[in-house]
Design a protein around this ligand. Structure first.
Ligand code: HEC
Length: 108
């Protein structure tokens, strides 16, 4: 098959635009987001109990004025509804950490 030079140029241009389109960066929402570090004992417990199913992004999207009972209910909900293997004795420390780091006890 003999191509005219304009046709060949058109094919090259098309191939180039296809590869340019494929090279486009796709920005996915952040995943694997880590919990905010804290000196509270609940931080390590939250790391061990709260990021195996979803990233720490979920905590960040909770209302920043949420008080301790809200976080307490959240932690219990994870356990009862989603069967998160959280030890009952770890819950108060985790709730303290969450309220202090993501809720209304945040330093302002
Ligand atoms: C066994 C898996 C599992 C574990 C462990 C787990 N979660 Fe979840 N979590 C879920 C599921 C499932 C959802 C609902 C996801 C959805 O609706 O898209 C969720 C949703 C959330 C949300 C979003 C708000 C909501 O009500 O849906 C927050 C906040 C949250 N989890 C916090 C926590 C915290 C804090 C811990 C640790 C105490 C934890 N999760 C541990 C499974 C888990």
């Amino acid at each position: 098959m003999k191509l005219t030079s304009t046709r060949a140029a058109a094919i090259v241009a098309l191939a180039m635009s296809v590869s340019a389109a494929m090279a486009k960066d796709i920005t996915l929402p952040p995943d694997g987001e880590q919990l905010i570090a804290s000196t509270l004992p609940g931080f390590a417990k939250a790391q061990a109990n709260c990021t195996m199913c979803h990233s720490a992004e979920y905590m960040r999207y909770q209302p920043p004025n949420a008080a301790r009972p809200y976080w307490d209910a959240m932690v219990h909900r994870m356990k009862t509804v989603f069967k998160a293997p959280i030890a009952d004795e770890d819950m108060p420390a985790i709730v303290d950490y969450l309220a202090s780091t993501y809720g209304n006890k945040q330093p302002r």
